[in-house]
Design a protein around this ligand. Structure first.
Ligand code: AHR
Length: 521
């Protein structure tokens, strides 16, 4: 879309009326986008997801069974698959989480009516019938067109069990596990790249010290074999939040014979929590908005510090940091089972997702995968279901808007903008990330964190010309705005045209509490 300055400013005035007329109240800033300096590719897997046997994520959310009146393909909901394909889901982690270290994969293969059940002790003590197992998960990934990422059981499973799972999945020739797979109806091996050796083994995965886990990791990982031409990318259980010691010990000790690293990736978990005064997902005030966004932004500092420890041992950045659980964690919706972690999702969560994804993009030299928790009906979900009904959340729309960054080359940015001030505290008012895709188009994702003030940015584009600019915006009148089964389109992206081209680049006005994606050609 080509706008001359006059048209752009008329549009801006219409959009913000008196608020923008009182320009002294707006956040202002200067942004430089270095289109001449792109180096690192943003791995598409940064836009990955995580689905655990927890609450209504797998059962109801994904798996309804072949006899369900809900439209499905081999038991998997068609509406959920279609929604996730629209955001180009690149990778899906399964079966947990804490569930992974209690899961025994052989219970989830063979005829469903003969599969033994178990108690999901971690998530509500409910009976798990194992109807969704290895074959169903791999089918789900094929329907989604995404890579599977399986997390093995180190906490309560044996080395043999882990070894055999990988053999069952990937062995092409004749072997006990490949033959068992064939007997269960799958002739060809699957391709499996990503395999995690345990989950949160400092906590629910066995309450281990980092030294003990590092020893266990080396032992288990030895037997996670490559069969045929399949190559496993082994992921060790990493740290959470600001536990830097765990990262240090793992980087020091996860080496095997000949001092070679035995891992390709080290995981990391960070949940930014909820508000300051209330944990409600939908009933909160600006103080809760402010504190949650500030904790989400802290991801930047945490990744920098964990990354610096990794740099000490691995300056060439061969080992990936895999942020395989992240997101906001609110109180469950009124009436929901406390252990099912079913929460609503507002515009505030969209901002959490948007600024966190910007941070991951900025750390894409080390962060090669991230998996938001979780895909359906649990924590900061993309999709919520109620029997046959399905809605998508504001967070989903962020993933849809940001999919343009997948596999694009990250462009460095410099931003000087006013802070967002609240009750004597402050944080950056604006957050940004930019990339150039394979066709040469530049995409800039911008967040205005201030829920009361628009932000005006003067953008300098170095090394490229802005011939055509177009954009989309996600915002709403209230910071608590969210989608419901009755009103599924309260928060949806809209066309955005509050920008104008300038000689050096463009000026943009971001509405208060908004996420904007610009396409520059
Ligand atoms: O995502 C919910 C839980 O949070 C996961 O099972 C666990 O790994 C983490 O503590």
């Amino acid at each position: 879309m080509k706008l001359r300055s006059f048209t752009a400013f008329a549009a801006i005035f219409c959009l913000f009326g008196n608020v923008f007329a009182a320009e002294q109240y707006a956040t202002t800033g200067a942004l430089t986008i270095h289109a001449d300096r792109g180096e690192t590719t943003i791995n598409r897997n940064i836009y990955g997801h995580f689905a655990e046997h927890l609450g209504r994520c797998i059962y109801e959310g994904i798996w309804v069974g072949e006899d369900s009146p809900i439209p499905n393909t081999r038991g998997i909901r068609n509406d959920v698959v279609a929604a996730l394909r629209r955001i180009k889901i690149p990778v899906l982690r399964w079966p947990g989480g804490c569930f992974a270290d209690e899961y025994h994969w052989k219970d989830g293969i063979g005829p469903r009516d003969r599969r033994p059940s178990m108690v999901n002790t971690h998530w509500g003590g409910v009976t798990e019938n194992n109807h969704f197992g290895t074959h169903e998960f791999m089918d789900l990934c094929e329907q989604l067109g995404c890579e599977p990422y399986i997390c093995g059981n180190l906490g309560s499973g044996s080395v043999l069990e882990m070894q055999q799972w990988v053999e069952y999945l990937t062995m092409p020739g004749v072997s006990p596990m490949a033959d068992l797979r064939r007997a269960n109806g799958r002739e060809r091996p699957w391709k499996l790249k990503y395999f995690g050796v345990g989950n949160e083994n400092w906590g629910c995965g066995g309450n281990m010290t980092p030294e003990y886990y590092a020893d266990q990791y080396r032992r288990y990982a030895t037997y996670v074999r490559n069969f045929g031409d399949n190559r496993i990318f082994k992921i060790a259980c990493g740290s959470q939040s600001d536990d830097y010691r765990w990262t240090d010990v793992l980087m020091r000790q996860c080496r095997g014979y000949g001092n070679r690293y035995m891992m390709d990736g080290l995981s990391y978990h960070y949940y930014c929590g909820s508000g300051a005064k209330t944990r409600s997902a939908t009933e909160f005030e600006e103080i809760d908005w402010f504190h949650l966004l500030r904790r989400a932004l802290r991801t930047d500092e945490l990744l920098a510090k964990h990354g610096a420890i990794m740099d000490k041992y691995d300056p060439e950045k061969k080992i990936a940091l895999i942020v395989d659980e992240w997101g906001a964690w609110h109180a469950v919706e009124p009436g929901a089972n406390r252990r099912f972690l079913y929460q609503q999702n507002t515009l505030r969560d969209a901002l959490v997702a948007a600024i966190t994804l910007n941070v991951f993009n900025r750390h894409c030299d080390r962060v090669k995968m991230a998996n938001i928790a979780q895909t359906v009906n649990v924590l900061q979900a993309m999709v919520l279901t109620d029997k046959e009904k399905m809605i998508v959340t504001p967070t989903y729309h962020v993933f849809e808007m940001y999919k343009v960054h997948q596999d694009a080359v990250r462009l460095p940015t410099e931003l000087e903008a006013d802070d967002y001030l609240f009750e004597g505290n402050k944080m950056p008012g604006v957050d940004v990330s930019a990339s150039r895709d394979g066709e040469g188009k530049i995409h800039v994702t911008l967040c205005n964190l201030n829920p009361r003030r628009p932000a005006r940015l003067e953008c300098l584009l170095r090394g490229a010309a802005a011939e055509r600019i177009s954009g989309r915006v996600l915002t709403a009148a209230e910071m608590t705005a969210h989608n419901t089964f009755e009103q599924p389109e309260n928060v949806v992206p809209a066309e955005f045209d509050a920008f104008s081209k300038s000689d050096a680049g463009m000026s943009v006005v971001l509405p208060a509490k908004s996420v904007v994606v610009l396409r520059i050609e």
